[in-house]
Write a protein that binds this ligand. Structure first.
Ligand code: GLU
Length: 474
């Protein structure tokens, strides 16, 4: 194992946004492409935002996508004493201080728009004052003491040099009045203690990272390598792009899975949203292939646009490649739920195998099976086969007794029977098939040909549909 350590540090706030999943994937790949370690850390110190069951969602998602963390997950709420200890070290070193300001005083520092930072009031309290307040149990927070002048900079792997004037940095809170640490503090302590070498996360932290760098410096720790990832965007109706959100479509991993997208296809697609392989146009990747192809310098800083059509395309390809039994495991329950008993759902499933792009599409594509659709006699007209409503009716009338005599109601037999009929009447087989397919399917485009559809519907329903068609043509 190399010494590379990365982590995924989600806050358990409900669902797994697809952008978060991409962060997890890239963090995993940064490590695994170099034979390193990948850890999971649940960042649950913001008690207000906690959502019951959210940690399970994270664990399930990682499991389903094959993003495997090493060891047991860390949970920040179980590590509170550690953060307190490190905050006190900072105080002792003069890089942090107790702040006893009341909420009222803090509120008075803000203008009517709620804008206004902390004024450093407690920076220089005397030792006596501090001890007296502590002894009296006056509530306090611990703040980071930011340098008044100078600049802090670091080099991000994706974005390059990031520099900020220290005068712009507020004395941020490290430990809150309830004793819980802020994200700003505890993630730094944890990243250090857990040996994280590469911090991979969303770019919303790009400009606050100088504050974190100052914490590393104050402790005398070596700073990690920062890899900030561009936002995932969605296409708006007006052609612009904006941060990927619900109005663009499903944004949680679970919602996509519920719609019938395959975890492997989702992972494959999002792997390419901000990264591309060097010297190849390869689009299809298993997780193992990603691990060997991935490299940090293939990351891009331009915002990636999540394209639902492209995801559909990937998913369709993955569905096509599914072995029949795996495919049926997913398709049959849907078909069995909506189709009458006489429908041959196994056959129907196989007709749909190459035609759907996600499993949720099955329901939409079987209306013609679950009901006899309204149809128009113009459907019988087809130039190539020279069919018209009139000649189709003739064919249907001819075929009814022939079909009624068929005993083995399967595609091969039915095909042979209709072929024989067309030969005997010197008709084009295509024309006969067209007439029967329209009569049975009652829509112009159907998955499968006339005889496949008849096998799906079974003898009684197929014949009933043809009889109805003849009546309608009269
Ligand atoms: N808990 C933070 C979040 O979910 C993690 C940020 C980080 O990776 O440092 O946004």
């Amino acid at each position: 194992m190399s010494n590379v350590v990365t982590r995924f540090a989600p806050s358990p706030t409900g669902f797994m946004h697809i952008g978060n999943l991409r962060t997890a994937l890239y963090s995993y790949l940064v490590s695994k492409s170099q034979g390193g370690k990948f850890i999971l850390r649940i960042e649950d110190t913001d008690q207000v935002r906690l959502v019951e069951g959210a940690t399970d969602v994270i664990l399930d998602t990682l499991k389903m996508t094959g993003i495997e963390y090493d060891g047991e997950p860390y949970v920040q709420s179980e590590r509170l004493s550690i953060y307190k200890e490190y905050a006190e070290k900072l105080i002792a070193g003069g890089n942090a201080y107790y702040c006893f300001c009341t909420q009222q005083r803090l509120d008075s520092l803000r203008d009517e728009n709620g804008i206004g930072g902390y004024d450093g009031h407690c920076r220089n309290l005397s030792k006596d004052e501090i001890e007296k307040n502590l002894a009296e149990g006056v509530p306090y927070v611990i703040r980071q003491k930011m340098p008044d002048e100078g600049k802090t900079s670091y080099t991000d792997v994706v974005y390059g040099e990031v520099e900020i004037d220290n005068s712009e940095l507020r004395d941020q809170i490290l430990i809150k009045a309830d004793g819980f640490p802020t994200y700003n503090f505890c993630h730094v302590v944890d990243d250090y203690l857990m040996g994280v070498t590469h911090v991979v996360r969303g770019n919303e932290y790009l400009t606050s990272t100088p504050k974190y760098c100052l914490l590393y410096d104050a402790f005398g720790w070596e700073r990690p390598t920062y890899v900030h990832l561009p936002l995932l965007m969605g296409k708006d109706e007006n052609g612009n792009v904006s941060k990927l959100s619900k109005r663009h479509g499903a944004v949680s991993f679970q919602d996509l899975v519920n719609d019938g997208y395959l975890p492997e296809a989702i992972v494959n697609y999002i792997a390419l949203l901000g990264w591309c392989p060097k010297d190849s146009n390869q689009e299809f990747f298993t997780m193992d292939e990603l691990k060997s192809a991935f490299s940090i310098d293939g990351l891009s800083k331009s915002p990636a646009v999540f394209d639902y059509e492209k995801l559909k395309w990937f998913n369709a390809e993955y569905i096509k490649k599914m072995p029949d039994d795996k495919y049926e495991e997913k398709a049959l329950p849907i078909l069995d739920e909506f189709c009458e008993n006489y429908i041959n759902t196994k056959k129907l499933a196989s007709l749909l195998h190459t035609r759907i792009s996600y499993f949720g599409e099955i329901r939409k594509s079987i209306d013609f099976v679950t009901s006899r659709l309204e149809m128009d006699s113009s459907f019988y007209t087809n130039k190539k086969n020279k069919t018209t409503p009139e000649n189709c009716k003739e064919v249907l009338v001819d075929c009814l007794p022939i079909l009624e005599a068929v005993e083995n109601w399967d595609n091969d037999t039915l095909f042979a029977v209709l072929k024989e009929y067309s030969a005997s009447k010197e008709k084009k087989a295509g024309a006969v098939m067209w007439a029967v397919r329209i009569a049975v399917g009652r829509q112009i485009i159907t998955p499968g040909g006339a005889t496949e559809l008849m096998e799906v519907f079974g003898k009684a329903e197929s014949i009933a549909r043809i009889k109805q068609a003849v009546e309608e043509l009269e």
